[in-house]
Design a protein around this ligand. Structure first.
Ligand code: CTP
Ligand code: CA
Length: 225
C-alpha cells in the first residue's frame, strides 16, 4: 500500500512509543548512556499519527524536535521511562518499545561531583539491574488484546537470537536489526525482520525508518482487528 496519504487505520486507537536511549547518572555531570538516536521511535510516532492514532511518545534524551500532533513525555533514566510507559500504557491499544533501555544503572548516585584523589586508583563503578519494561508490560497487559512490540539489535545468529528474545520477553512482535558497521545507530535507514509470536516472519528491506515504522503499524493494525 502506497502511503503518500496514509490510511487512517489507527483512528480511535491510542499507541505508546518509547524512543531514544536512557541515561543513568553517576553524579551531577556524568552518566552511562548508549548510542540510540531516537530516530526509529520518532518515525514510529510520526507514522502512527499520520494513520490517525493518538500517540504518546516517551522520549529518552533524543534531542529531536517534537513531532506534530504527538504527546511527548520526556524522561532521562530507565526507571523514569518505566513510570511514564506504564502510565501511558494503561489505556493503550499498542505499546512499542523502540527505546534503548540501559540494562544496568550505577548502584549509587553521588550528589556531588566525583573527584580524583592524588595517588589513588578510582573506585569501581558498581551496577545494579534495571527493570525489564518490555517483559513487564507483556506479562501484565493493561488491556486485553493490547499489542506489545519490542526491538532488538543482534549480531551472529540474528534470527535465532531474536526468536529466543521474543519468547523470553513475551511480546507479540519483535523487530530484529542486525548491527554492524553502517547499520542502524544514528542512520536514517534501517533493515530488519519482524518476528511474530505466532511464528510469522516479515522481512523489511533496507530503507527509510518510516518504511519500517509503517510495516510495524501494518502488523499491529492486523492484530488489533
Ligand atoms: N527493554 C526494556 N527494558 C530493559 C531492557 C530492554 O523494556 N531493561 C526492551 C527494549 O526497549 C527493546 C527490547 O526490550 O524493545 C529488547 O532490548 P534488548 O536490549 O535487546 O534486550 P535484553 O533483554 O536487554 O537483552 P540483551 O542482554 O541482549 O541486551
Ligand atoms: Ca539490553
Amino acid at each position: 500500500l502506497a502511503r503518500g496519504v496514509a490510511e487512517p487505520d489507527l483512528r480511535g486507537r491510542h499507541v505508546v512509543v518509547s524512543a531514544g536511549g536512557t541515561r543513568e547518572p553517576l553524579d551531577p555531570v556524568r552518566f552511562l548512556g548508549n548510542r540510540s538516536s531516537g530516530k526509529q521511535g520518532y518515525a514510529l510516532a510520526r507514522t502512527a499519527a499520520a494513520r490517525g492514532a493518538r500517540v504518546t511518545l516517551v522520549s529518552a534524551n533524543a534531542g529531536l524536535p517534537d513531532p506534530a500532533g504527538v504527546d511527548v513525555v520526556r524522561v532521562g533514566t530507565a526507571v523514569q521511562l518505566r513510570e511514564a510507559v506504564l502510565k501511558a500504557a494503561a489505556d493503550a491499544d499498542a505499546v512499542v518499545m523502540a527505546a534503548a533501555v540501559a540494562d544496568f544503572r550505577p548502584a549509587a548516585y553521588a550528589s556531588g561531583k566525583i573527584k580524583k584523589k592524588d595517588g589513588q586508583d578510582p573506585d569501581p563503578i558498581v551496577l545494579v539491574r534495571n527493570p525489564d519494561i518490555l517483559a513487564e508490560i507483556s506479562a501484565d497487559r493493561a488491556r486485553p488484546g493490547q499489542v506489545v512490540v519490542g526491538f532488538a539489535a543482534e549480531t551472529d545468529d540474528v534470527l535465532a537470537n531474536g526468536r529466543a528474545k521474543l519468547a523470553r520477553k513475551g511480546c507479540d512482535l519483535l523487530v530484529v536489526n542486525e548491527v554492524g558497521e553502517r547499520k542502524t545507530f544514528g542512520s536514517e535507514e534501517n533493515e530488519a525482520v519482524v518476528l511474530g509470536a505466532d511464528g510469522s516472519e516479515t522481512p523489511v528491506p533496507h530503507g527509510p525508518k518510516e518504511a519500517l515504522a509503517d510495516t510495524v503499524w501494518d502488523l499491529v493494525a492486523g492484530r488489533l482487528g
